[in-house]
Design a binder for this molecule. Structure first.
Ligand SMILES: [Zn+2]
Ligand SMILES: [Zn+2]
Length: 137
């Protein structure tokens, strides 16, 4: 897989360049992520802040996580695609929500950790061989 990997939102207004492989890719089954993704879970790639560059206009929204951390979200004002999340108290990483498409190796964004399975939809089966946590580890 060659870096940088490029990604863009559905309308193309926001683009990014990712310079290295994500530190971790996880699937979150919490009800907030079910709403966000309009699907049974959302996928987050944790990447080093200095390994990713965004361009285009982003809007911000935030909420408090159960841990008490602030969860800030950046999204495209044009098409509404969620682009990334971050914790203002820990600027070293960003939680990339918008995956690149048409990659030569899609397994880079395959989740190896599943969290909040206590809120998982009953019909979705967790794949074998991944780490599973009831809540946020
Ligand atoms: Zn857009
Ligand atoms: Zn979640």
């Amino acid at each position: 897989m060659e870096y940088p990997i490029k990604g863009s939102c559905q309308c193309g207004q926001v683009t990014y360049r990712l310079a290295e492989v994500p530190k971790m890719v996880l699937a979150c089954h919490c009800t907030e992520c079910q709403k966000l993704s309009t699907s049974p879970f959302s996928i987050t790639a944790i990447v080093a802040t200095n390994a990713i560059e965004f361009s285009g206009e982003l809007k911000e929204w935030s909420r408090s996580a159960e841990s008490g951390n602030k969860n800030c979200a950046k999204f495209c004002p044009g098409c509404g695609n969620r682009v990334y999340h971050f914790n203002p108290d820990d600027p070293s990483t960003v939680k990339l929500k918008l995956k690149p498409v048409k990659m030569t190796d899609a397994s880079i964004f395959e989740p190896t950790v599943h969290v909040w399975v206590s809120e998982k939809l009953s019909w979705y089966r967790i794949p074998e061989g991944v780490k599973v946590f009831d809540k946020q580890p």
